[in-house]
Design a protein around this ligand. Structure first.
Ligand code: SF4
Ligand code: SF4
Length: 342
């Protein structure tokens, strides 16, 4: 029987919305009663800067982890990955009410992105607290995940004991590292210090092909490449608040802004937004995407006292001269979704 405990981190909503706080409190109170869980609360994940105790705490967690946050799981997972809090993507089984009984359509093919690097053998599950108002749904899902993690560790240990080559290294890790080093301890006051609000792009490396179009497009020094020549959001806080321009330029829809109003840009599951089968590229602005992105970028350049550059700098060739057709029904639906507040 594994002695390893599952760490559960609840990331609070921004602001003081009483309904959201009530859900957070109900979930926390219920999870604290569950055996085998270590439960902590941190402020809004997206806002945690490198020095914040909440971020340092998350960085110090070694084993499997569940993160409950007020954002899409894809956005939460990849923003943690960018901050060095890495693991394999643990799928959760919570289905938002609007998607129950919807026919599964438009499922994306296998990921073709460059993926993450240096991923340790542990799993990170991200749950979206906007999916359900009922705290019990989350408690049940955390229970299910805890059981899944236990079973996985047992299976890996058994397979490694039988010498299955691919799992020997992981088995060694599980034997050597157990029990995992406990996370760094902080007081609740330290963990919950309110951070300033932040705004920056998050790259989904399961989709990113390292084409560098975002690097060419952004004129504010946000993007760079790492030692492996992989695109990297280096200077997060250089990004301009409220502007999602580069997400429209990315040909793979790999760039997310978790706080943006349009679900596709905020990190909604690809191929399944509100249970509808849709062309994701249209949600990012369709044929107009590059023109919209250039306008958004110009607005920020002018606000900085710089010259607008329009479509003359960093615009990918692929769509720049594409003819514009009349709007079809899907375009109109996309316009409606674009105005959707979530
Ligand atoms: S939104 Fe604008 S400033 Fe921010 S990274 Fe993208 S292009 Fe750069
Ligand atoms: S534009 Fe998109 S696919 Fe290309 S490097 Fe940037 S994030 Fe990756």
């Amino acid at each position: 029987m594994s002695r390893q405990r599952l760490t559960v981190v609840l990331s609070q909503a921004q602001g003081k919305n009483p309904t959201r706080r009530a859900l957070e409190e109900s979930i926390t109170a219920a999870l604290l009663m569950e055996p085998g869980l270590d439960v902590s609360i941190v402020p809004y994940l997206y806002d945690l800067g490198p020095e914040h105790s909440g971020r340092l705490f998350l960085e110090s967690i070694q084993g499997d982890m569940v993160v409950l946050a007020w954002m899409y799981p894809r956005a939460a997972f990849w923003l943690l990955d960018r901050d060095g809090i890495k693991g394999h993507y643990g799928a959760n089984q919570i289905t938002p009410p609007a998607e129950v009984d919807e026919e599964e359509e438009g499922e994306p093919g296998p990921p073709k992105g460059i993926g993450s690097v240096d991923v340790p053998p542990r799993w990170i599950y991200c749950l979206d607290l906007r999916d359900h108002p009922n705290y019990e749904i989350y408690v049940q899902e955390v229970r299910r995940i805890a059981a899944e993690c236990r079973q996985r560790r047992e299976a890996q240990r058994e397979a490694a004991a039988q010498g299955q080559p691919a799992l020997v290294q992981l088995g060694r890790y599980l034997r050597d590292e157990e029990p995992a080093k406990p996370p760094v301890q902080f007081t609740a006051e330290q963990l919950l210090q309110p951070p300033a609000r932040r705004w920056y792009p998050v790259i989904d490396y399961s989709r990113c092909t390292n084409c560098m179009e975002c690097l060419d497009f952004c004129l504010f020094g946000v993007y760079s490449v790492d030692q492996l020549d992989r695109i990297f959001v280096e200077n997060q806080d250089n990004c301009k608040r409220g502007c999602p321009a580069c997400s429209r330029v990315c040909p793979e829809q790999a760039i997310m802004f978790p706080d943006y109003k349009t679900p596709a840009i905020a990190g909604a599951p690809v191929g399944n937004i509100g249970g509808l089968k849709i062309d994701l590229s249209k949600l990012f602005g369709g044929d107009d995407a590059l023109a919209i992105a250039a306008q958004e970028r110009d607005r920020e350049l002018v606000a900085d006292g710089r010259q607008a550059v329009g479509m003359t700098v960093g615009i990918p060739k692929r769509q720049a001269h594409k003819p514009k057709g009349p709007k079809d029904d899907l375009d109109k639906l996309m316009d409606a979704l674009d105005n959707l507040e979530i």
